[in-house]
Design a protein around this ligand. Structure first.
Ligand code: ADP
Ligand code: MG
Length: 365
């Protein structure tokens, strides 16, 4: 049985007893061995500003070790608040969050807020010193007690993030993508067990996003680090996340692999977020011959159509989306968005017939 060690990273005894350097910060806390790596149980946070805001509302979740988990949801759904609760920057109003079975300490338990085994890369490069060189921004995270180690670790971390060539540049002169690499390097140099990132690709140009995402995936594979990131644009994280947590109005509404949630979401909100799916009421679904009591989702790629002079649908709009066009077709109150690929010249007003290749029946309305 492990005992309480006040505000210390770990005693030698504890360190031998456990694989990782995490331990109890809270008096009388006992380690739960029956819960996931990071575990939330009925976790809530209410901001007591002029009006009370329930930012996170009784959420339960489990996050696996050595994986990339993305928290997705529209703006204001509570993603950043959940990330801060996991890190220990905010106090739970109800429930608890555990890391390796131990309660996560908050400001009242610990002088410097934030779990010692975790690092947070916040939104907007708040932590970077814009007027210092890249090297100094990263090296400054290590003590001067062993200068040779400091030099070696900084070099290694620059190499890991592929920014060695930027070492002597001022952060202020870098692009958004380069700044984000510096921020991640700065967070990684102390070898945290968990890296938390809030909207990490917001300021990274689309052209550089993919390379950064794949580099992060390599870091996970090489080091076994656990990554938790927040995004309001799920299409940018579908390719990199192993697991998704979907938030809506302060609640977690579902959790699963990107593939499971893309193809078989339980909620129309998830289908819209991940696939910009067509959402139909039972009445409108019935017009397509789909009988059910709850709403129905039809992904844009699951609508087939062919041009026919007596077609029942009319092309109302064509939207340029790059390598494909989005076709908006209509029959009375029934409006569907479909993918036009390869792009062919279809005039607005053209009549088409529509076939639904696949649809999703949601659990709720
Ligand atoms: P997201 O990151 O998903 O956009 P947040 O977690 O930032 O959402 O916010 C969730 C809700 O909590 C929002 O309604 C937001 O306005 C509110 N909120 C966030 N931070 C504060 C704060 N410091 N004080 C009061 N309300 C806040
Ligand atoms: Mg946010």
């Amino acid at each position: 049985m492990l005992t309480f060690v006040p505000n210390k990273k770990c005693s030698a005894l504890l360190f031998m007893a456990q694989k990782n350097a995490s331990c109890s910060y809270i008096p009388n806390d006992t380690q739960r061995t029956d819960v996931p790596f990071i575990f939330g149980d009925q976790l809530s946070h209410t901001f007591a500003s002029k009006e009370e805001v329930i930012a996170v509302d009784h959420v339960d979740f489990g996050i696996s070790e050595g994986k990339i988990t993305a928290i997705i949801g529209e703006s204001g759904s509570g993603k950043s608040t959940l990330l801060k609760l996991i890190y220990g920057l905010l106090e739970p109003t109800t429930g608890e969050v555990r890391y390796q079975g131990w309660l996560v300490p908050t400001r009242k338990d610990k002088l410097i807020p934030g779990h010692d085994a975790m690092r947070l890369v916040s939104q907007g490069f708040d932590d970077l010193n814009l007027y210092a060189k890249v090297w100094d921004n990263i090296a400054s995270q290590l003590p001067n007690t062993n200068l040779a180690r400091k030099e070696r670790k900084t070099q290694e971390t620059l190499a890991r993030l592929k920014i060695e060539h930027l070492a002597q540049q001022r952060v202020a002169d870098l692009s958004g993508g380069e700044k984000q690499r510096v921020a991640i390097a700065r967070a990684l140099i102390n070898e945290p067990e968990v890296l938390l990132m809030d909207e990490p690709f917001n300021q990274v140009d689309a052209a550089f996003r993919d390379a950064l995402q794949q580099d992060i995936r390599h870091i996970v594979a090489e080091t076994g680090i656990t990554i938790l990131l927040v995004s309001h644009d799920p299409t940018e994280v579908l390719a990199m996340a192993d697991e998704l947590i979907v938030m809506k109005n302060a609640k977690i509404i579902e959790q699963g692999s990107p593939e499971a949630l893309y193809f078989n979401p339980s909620h129309s909100y998830t289908a819209q977020l991940l696939a910009k799916s067509n959402i139909l009421t039972p009445d409108l679904a019935a017009e397509l011959g789909i009988a059910c009591h709850t709403s129905v989702g039809i992904h844009q790629e699951d609508i087939a159509y062919h041009i026919h002079p007596d077609g029942q649908f009319v092309v109302k709009d064509i939207r340029f989306r790059g390598f494909f066009n989005e076709l908006v077709v209509r029959r009375g109150p029934l409006k569907l968005h479909a993918i036009l690929h390869p792009i062919i010249d279809i005039p607005i007003g053209t009549r088409v017939d529509v076939t639904i290749k696949r649809h999703i029946v949601f659990e709720n309305k």
